[in-house]
Design a protein around this ligand. Structure first.
Ligand SMILES: [Zn+2]
Length: 89
């Protein structure tokens, strides 16, 4: 079991193994993506299609700056939710 430094933008299983993150391509069309600031709770829709399909979705936060308080990516989380009325095929 490895309990070394962990990436806060990754999920780890019970054995401490890093799991593959969702990618931009895996949420195209069916979802909307929001960035939420953990400091001031400002949330905003983002255009995740600007990143390549293989790009790890949680890592988009690293490129963002909160327009509410100026916090940078390590204080921002990326959240995925269904569009109203949309269903996955
Ligand atoms: Zn903020």
């Amino acid at each position: 079991m490895r309990w070394g430094r962990r990436n806060p933008r990754r999920y780890y299983d019970r054995e401490g193994r890093e799991q593959p993150p969702a990618t931009v391509g895996s949420v195209l069309d069916c979802y909307k993506v929001q960035a939420c600031c953990e400091t001031c709770v400002h949330c905003s829709d983002i255009d995740h299609t600007r990143w390549p399909a293989a790009y790890p979705l949680p890592d988009i936060a690293l490129h963002l700056l909160c327009t509410g308080c100026g916090a940078k990516g390590d204080r921002i989380s990326v959240q995925v939710s269904r569009r109203d009325g949309a269903f996955r095929p």
